[in-house]
Design a protein around this ligand. Structure first.
Ligand SMILES: O=P(O)(O)OC[C@H]1O[C@H](O)[C@H](O)[C@@H](O)[C@@H]1O
Length: 532
């Protein structure tokens, strides 16, 4: 499938990206808009021919039909026999969505209303702890039950007017210990977020939180809420059904922040801002469903990604938000993209004949500039960069900060594309050095340039825009998964490690020996046991 594109890429390999701007329409022609958001992919090697070929690949892969099947509630997660309907969680006024003949929207909207009533009660004090109004919320969850609400709560900090929110995920006792230190158990609400309610990290942290609380309050369970699709297990844990917010198995963990898993965010920012985020995501859903593929932002984001990964063989992609409040977005996208599309077999179980998803990584700008951008600019591997920046911040009194932020973001993509020639580098050092030393010094200052990047610009990181951005990436992952021919909605690759960890439990305590373990594992166990 990629051969024709690879051949074509070979024919344009010597072309400089900046030469494409000889066409005065280059920027506008290689950008898409959705609402007031602009995705500019003109600083890449993509040209009309390549784009057309990629769009043909998307059409041949049946992206439109697959998309419609997802929205229609078909069981497209076919290793688990489940529909994939996180979009129903934000289908605020979109009409019925049926799964196996049943409209799921009444249940979704009812749960949303219950969440809103509870969040409001926590925020206004009508639900209180045993020591008074809730001052702190501790969300205990991991993976999709942590990254979404944690990332979103930080992203929407300017809208945060509810209790403080904390997120505990790691089974490392340091995480819960450091988080609860200084909190008052009598005014803390603990939210146990786990789709399955079996995840060892979350259940261990939840029990530790309950013990911490029971030292101070008489009825710790009264200050617990649960977000789960396993309501029998939440009852076993002792959480009253009135504070259990359920969801169905058609909400994948990494797609779940739009529903009950977003409760801590809703308590932080309030139901109105939460709904605004849902509306933003719903607007992106509508765009994804209706826009022509060439104008479809998630589709083009996906195709640019596949051009870099599958065609050009660039193994990683950097996500670089010039937005401090999106500093957890790269971590969120690591789960979203790599857990969804990091697969080695096609839907039919055959070995994938090409690479699946790339390594996704990143940090906010400008911080990254002072750390790893050296490699991005001058390293021997090309790393496509996905920049994002808001036209406006939330601190009008600090406009000069925002101007510097924007200037830096735009400068980086310009520098990556333009680079610096040896002649330009010589001019930089002329006068300081001469002869061979001038040449040597100049060569260190050459930037190859011609390095691709895209830039997503948005007016301001409001709840609506934030919802649009996250839904944009969700659909991008979907499109890439369809074209790769894989199931983006299971995650069998996380199972083996869990099984082996369970088996190693009694070994690391010394209750069982290391017989049958490989030499390395045995050595590591011996080392640890000898130091306890
Ligand atoms: O919400 P939970 O059932 O506790 O699952 C938490 C996480 O753990 C699993 O191992 C999966 O890899 C993730 O997709 C999931 O989000």
């Amino acid at each position: 499938m990629w051969d024709a594109l690879k051949t074509y890429a070979g024919t344009i390999a010597d072309r400089r990206i900046d030469s494409l701007f000889d066409d005065p329409d280059r920027a506008g022609g290689f950008s898409t808009r959705m609402g007031d958001m602009l995705f500019d992919y003109s600083k890449t090697q993509l040209d009309d021919t390549a784009r057309k070929m990629l769009l043909d690949v998307a059409r041949a892969a049946g992206v439109e039909a697959a998309r419609d099947a997802m929205f229609a509630g078909a069981p497209i997660n076919d290793t688990e026999g489940r529909a994939v309907l996180h979009t129903a969680l934000r289908n605020l006024d979109g009409g019925p969505v049926t799964v196996e003949g049943e409209d799921v929207m009444p249940g979704v909207l009812d749960t949303l209303a219950r969440m809103e009533a509870f969040a409001t009660a926590v925020r206004d004090g009508s639900f209180a702890g045993q020591g008074g109004q809730i001052t702190d919320v501790v969300n205990i969850g991991i993976g999709g039950s942590d990254l979404g609400p944690a990332m979103a709560t930080l992203a929407l900090a300017p809208y945060h007017d509810g209790p403080r929110c904390h997120f505990v995920s790691n089974v490392d006792g340091a995480h819960i210990a450091d988080t609860v230190r200084g909190l008052d158990p009598a005014t803390t609400l603990v939210i146990v977020a786990s789709k399955t309610f079996t995840t060892i990290e979350t259940m261990t942290n939840a029990r530790t939180a309950r013990a911490w609380m029971s030292d101070t309050v008489t009825d710790p369970a009264a200050q617990f809420a649960a977000l789960s699709s396993a309501e029998d297990k939440t009852a076993e844990f002792g959480i009253d059904p009135s504070r259990v917010f359920g969801f169905e198995d058609w909400v994948g963990g990494r797609y779940s922040m739009w529903g009950p898993i977003g409760l801590s965010l809703m308590i932080a920012v309030g139901p109105d801002a939460f709904r605004a985020m849902l509306r933003g995501a719903q607007a992106m859903d509508r765009h994804f469903r209706s826009a022509d593929l060439a104008e479809n932002m998630p589709v083009m984001l996906a195709l640019v990604g596949m051009w870099h990964n599958q065609v050009m063989d660039y193994a990683t992609r950097a996500v670089l938000p010039y937005d401090q409040r999106l500093s957890r977005l790269p971590a969120y996208l690591q789960q979203l993209e790599m857990e969804s599309n990091g697969k080695g077999v096609a839907r039919d179980g055959t070995t994938l004949p090409y690479h699946s998803g790339p390594v996704v990584w990143g940090e906010p700008g400008t911080n990254g500039q002072h750390a790893f951008y050296q490699l991005i600019h001058q390293g021997t591997r090309v790393i496509p960069c996905e920049f994002m920046v808001a036209a406006q911040g939330h601190e009008p009194e600090l406009q000069h900060h925002h101007n510097l932020l924007v200037a830096n973001c735009l400068a980086q993509s310009e520098a990556l594309m333009r680079g610096r020639t040896l002649d330009e580098a010589r001019a930089k050092v002329a006068g300081k050095f001469d002869g061979d030393e001038l040449e040597r010094q100049a060569r260190h200052r050459v930037f190859p340039g011609n390095r691709p990047s895209t830039t997503l610009v948005y007016p301001q990181l409001t709840p609506e825009i934030f919802g649009q951005i996250v839904a944009l990436y969700e659909h991008r992952v979907f499109v890439e998964g369809v074209i790769l021919g894989i199931n983006s909605f299971d995650q069998w690759g996380v199972e083996l490690g869990k099984e082996l960890a369970t088996a190693l439990g009694p070994v690391v305590t010394g209750e069982e020996g290391t017989d049958g373990k490989d030499g390395s594992t045995a050595q590591l166990v011996d080392y640890i046991l000898a130091r306890r």
